[in-house]
Design a protein around this ligand. Structure first.
Ligand code: BES
Ligand code: MN
Ligand code: ZN
Length: 497
């Protein structure tokens, strides 16, 4: 097991052993509590000698002078910004963890001149520490070699702050969310030989422990419901599909739920329209949307969110055997609409259209948001720093944009419109599953829109943000867990209480 640090909170004192971490603003000003840890004022000279200015994301590590009982002193830059937001505090937590090297009791002195650091801020720092400490090393028989996460990193971090009891309480919520993010990362990172639809459903089943109601539809049940689009994708794999339905009931029994729907393609070979070999291994992450939905359900249940929430995941492997669907096949979706499958690699929309329809019919949700690693085209459009947001409802879109700003899981609104819808008309069926050469992320979204009726709906294309993620202060993992913090924030701000 990777040693995730355990985090405690305690009243501000001057630590007498181990490593002490202090915060330094951009003018290298230390607070009184930080200065008390350094009576000989070795920091002052060290800052000058090392050229440390307190810039955000920088750190300086010193061997502690004799006589204090301490091992080392570490200063972390907080930058010039006088008021740090939630994400900035998380990022700071990430920088703190990154600066720790050897096993040691670590005390973090949360003190910065001119800044009130409350319980929420302390909890955000702790959340950032947890997220930065994440590693996926379960298959490494020699842990920690050649990666920044030395297995010998500290197991115990004490955050010294003004109101430890309040911080502990706030951290229980922050930890619920961080655990949800890490669950999503685990699922995305897991190779497809270990995680097919059946195994994925088993992972969802573990949420029962948190009070989530989980039920799983098998192939037979999906056949009965007429999910011909999803089943057409699944038929080329010897691994049977699953439709996972999760429910968290944190509000009054009669309240209509909000719903999240995830693309759970546990591996995407492309099927008969097969993908090239180079980079195909990344398609173990083609269940990033489903992973985010599981992570979100974990977060909401673990922090006992006061909302009724449905999470639905369509889980299939898009593989190719003698029974695999062929280009030109026509399938009938649960909605009754027929689809000409012109490219078996445009499978995500085929899975989602039945999952969305089922969700809408069965639960009449107030809003419905799907997440999917749906198109390479969204990466061409937006790169890896924004997910594509498509919505039939401006209020929902605005809320998601705002949640993206707060969490820095950023989304960028993309267009929908009848001109694009025309591009998926088919000669032989009600629609085809690909558009033309251009606007591939838009035509994919237009396709989904045909399965949501008038329910306020948003589609997040997370192909660029869920996997192969650029590293940052709170994530060094290939699978980022994108979407969990974003949607937890959305629920928190608009759909609770
Ligand atoms: N899972 C892929 C999209 C994808 C590509 C996700 C790269 C993450 C990284 C999806 O199923 C797919 O293959 N889409 C095709 C659609 C095309 C055939 C219309 C694509 O984007 O090329
Ligand atoms: Mn595909
Ligand atoms: Zn796919």
């Amino acid at each position: 097991m990777p040693s995730r640090p355990t985090i405690r909170f305690a009243r501000m004192t001057t630590p007498e052993k181990g490593t002490v971490v202090v915060l330094s603003a951009e003018d290298t000003a230390l607070g009184a509590a930080a200065r008390a840890c350094d009576p000989a004022q070795v920091f002052d000279k060290a800052f000058k000698v090392a050229g440390f200015t307190g810039k955000s994301g920088t750190s300086l590590e010193l061997v502690a002078p004799e006589g204090l009982g301490l091992d080392r002193l570490v200063a972390i830059g907080t930058g010039r910004e006088s008021s740090l937001d939630e994400y900035a505090w998380m990022r700071l937590g990430g920088s703190i963890f990154a600066a720790l090297r050897k096993p040691s009791d670590v005390s973090v002195v949360l003190d910065l001149p001119g800044t009130a650091i409350g319980a929420a801020e302390a909890a955000s720092v702790a959340g950032g520490i947890l997220l930065r400490s994440y590693t996926f090393d379960k298959y490494k028989t020699r842990k920690g070699e050649g990666d920044e996460h030395d297995a010998t990193k500290p197991a115990r971090i004490t955050i010294l702050c003004a109101d430890p009891a309040a911080a502990k309480k706030a951290f229980a919520e922050a930890k619920a969310v961080a655990d949800g993010v890490m669950l999503a990362r685990d699922l995305v990172n897991e190779p497809a030989n270990a995680l097919g639809p059946v195994e994925f459903a088993a992972r969802a089943g573990e949420l029962v422990r948190l009070g989530v109601d989980v039920s799983v539809l098998t192939e037979k049940e999906m056949k009965k419901l007429g999910m011909g689009a999803l089943l057409g994708v699944a038929q080329g794999s010897s691994r049977p599909p699953r439709l996972i339905v999760m429910r968290w009931n944190g509000a009054a029994a009669g309240d209509r739920p909000i719903a999240f729907v995830g693309k759970g393609v546990t591996f995407d070979t492309g099927g008969n329209s097969m993908k090239p070999a180079s980079g195909m291994e990344d398609m173990k992450g083609d269940m990033g949307g489903a992973a985010a939905v599981l992570g979100l359900m974990h977060a909401l249940a673990a922090r006992k969110a006061k909302a009724n929430v449905v999470g639905i995941v369509g889980c299939v492997e898009n593989s190719v055997d003698g029974n695999a669907q062929r280009p030109g096949d026509i399938v009938t979706s649960m909605s009754g609409q027929t689809i000409e499958v012109l490219n078996t690699d445009a499978e995500g929309r085929l899975v989602l259209c039945d999952a969305l329809w089922y969700c809408n019919e069965k639960f009449s949700p107030r809003i419905m948001i799907d997440l999917a690693t749906l198109t390479g085209a969204i990466m061409v459009a937006l790169g890896q720093h924004h997910a594509g947001l498509f919505a039939n409802d401006d209020v929902l879109a605005e809320r998601l944009l705002a949640a993206g700003q707060t969490t820095q899981e950023k989304v960028w609104r993309m267009p929908l419109g009848p001109e694009y819808d025309k591009l998926i008309e088919s000669k032989n069926a009600d629609m085809k599953n690909i558009g033309g050469r251009y606007g591939g992320a838009v035509t994919a979204a237009q396709f989904l829109k045909r399965f949501v009726k008038d329910t306020p709906w948003a589609h997040l294309d997370i192909a660029g943000t869920a996997m192969a993620s650029p590293a940052n202060e709170i994530n060094q993992s290939w699978g980022s867990g994108f979407g969990v913090r974003l949607l937890d924030r959305l629920v928190r701000d608009h759909y609770e209480g």
